[in-house]
Design a protein. Structure first.
Length: 123
């Protein structure tokens, strides 16, 4: 049996501001934006090439905005990813090298933290 992680809820305070950040700054695809009721608005966003999406909205998760830590994206070229993020106005760290990969780090407008990893070369 396959077990696939396909959706991670991310708590945000301003849905439209978060959509703008994830779509315009990060380049995520806006898959769904549905207002189900006054209590529920479901927004699904997917990073390019990813099988896993994030969900933001109202009535989606009860965690405090900005409380998600350590979300991680993986890319083939960290220098290109850094240039992409910086070029779109994301406040991104410099590239950091570790034995387990090369990384950059950033936060969304609410303070949810993200890392972007380039895996080390494998023989």
């Amino acid at each position: 049996m396959d077990w696939k992680l396909e959706l991670v809820p991310v708590p945000v305070s301003d849905i439209d501001h978060a959509i703008a950040f994830y779509v315009e700054k990060l380049g995520f695809h806006l898959d769904h934006d549905h207002t189900v009721s006054e209590e529920i608005r479901f927004v699904q966003l997917t990073p390019p090439g990813s099988a896993c999406s994030i969900a933001i909205g109202r009535g989606i998760v009860d965690s405090a905005p900005g409380s998600m830590r350590g979300l991680q994206l993986v890319v083939p070229d960290i220098d290109e990813a850094h240039a992409h993020l910086a070029g779109r106005g994301v406040d991104v760290s410099g590239v950091q090298d570790f034995p387990w990969g090369r990384f950059v780090f950033f936060s969304d407008p609410d303070g949810n933290t993200w890392s972007v990893q380039q895996l080390p070369f494998r023989d």
